[in-house]
Design a binder for this molecule. Structure first.
Ligand code: ZN
Length: 298
């Protein structure tokens, strides 16, 4: 006999079951890759963490694509640094349905809205608030970020609070171990001078007491001017600078030219962790930065 009730129940199960499981999986979106690494450690098996700005694009100059808007609309939580880094997200996030976690507070100078906005295209555009927006360069700020992500998700999904806490503790242990390891690794090089391509590493330099002498540019989208190049060339000749770090995202021909006839090594530091896998995670990224610094300065 054809049992209508059973069929209806079966259909309901078939329709509802996938929706229910999909809704239970946490869906987090972060603006940049280093934040994805941190959020992914907290979410782990409970869901997925997507990154908004694709590999090779800079958060300083980016325009959101329709697919990016869809990603934001489907998120349970959106994590970003703040208007001093991902300026393109400021307006979009004001209209976002999902809870938004902003990691860097807006300073007084930034909050004067229009004045700050009208100066975004000058050379200091991403430092006009005074605070360095590359917060992922400080491992302790990322421990803090991990805790904020854990708290935000636990408040939304109390049924996952215990697991989120476990994930956070595991991340904290791994991060603090890597942080100490890198400190030991870099102690012998604290006095060794170096130059970086764009002003993204100041928090790392400060955290580990390193000796960064200069940077070529504040805005990675702009090639350094002739005056800046001449100043750095002079610095490379007159001061003890062992290494110049370039970035995988930017063509370094002009820098290679300056360095070529000097006793200065060239290394690479990626401020966006593009090649770092989710399995390596943020602690792995920190170790890669440490090893790249060591191998260029030794
Ligand atoms: Zn930058």
């Amino acid at each position: 006999m054809f049992d209508m009730k059973k069929l209806v129940l079966l259909l309901m199960f078939v329709c509802i079951a996938p929706l229910a499981t999909a809704a239970e999986r946490l869906s987090v979106v972060t603006s940049v890759k280093p934040l994805q690494l941190v959020a992914n450690a907290i979410v782990a098996d409970l869901g997925d963490v997507e990154v908004l700005i694709p590999a090779g694009s800079s958060p300083h100059h980016y325009s959101l694509k329709p697919s990016g808007i869809r990603t934001l609309n489907n998120a349970d939580l959106i994590v970003w640094v703040g208007p001093s880094l991902e300026q393109f997200l400021t307006k979009v996030l004001q209209r976002a349905d999902a809870p938004v976690l902003q990691l860097l507070e807006v300073s007084d100078t930034d909050s004067h809205g229009h004045e700050a906005e009208s100066t975004v295209h000058d050379d200091e555009h991403h430092h006009h608030g005074g605070e360095d927006p590359h917060i992922w360069m400080d491992p302790l700020l990322m421990l803090d970020a991990a805790e904020k992500i854990k708290n935000a998700l636990s408040a939304q999904y109390p049924q996952h609070a215990v697991q989120l806490e476990k994930n956070y503790q595991a991340f904290a242990d791994e991060l603090l171990t890597a942080e100490k390891q890198v400190r030991q690794q870099l102690i012998p090089y604290q006095k060794s001078g170096f130059v970086v391509f764009h002003d993204a590493f100041a928090l790392l330099v400060e955290h580990y007491g390193l000796n960064q002498k200069a940077f070529f540019t504040v805005d990675p989208a702009r090639a350094p001017g002739a005056k800046k190049l001449a100043t750095i060339q002079k610095l490379l000749k007159t001061q003890k600078v062992g290494c110049v770090f370039v970035e995988p995202q930017f063509e370094a021909a002009v820098i290679k030219q300056i360095v070529s006839d000097l006793p200065v090594k060239m290394g690479q530091l990626d401020p966006l962790a593009i090649d770092v896998t989710l399995a390596q995670g943020y602690p792995g990224y920190l170790q890669i930065l440490g090893s790249n610094i060591e191998s260029c300065l030794q």
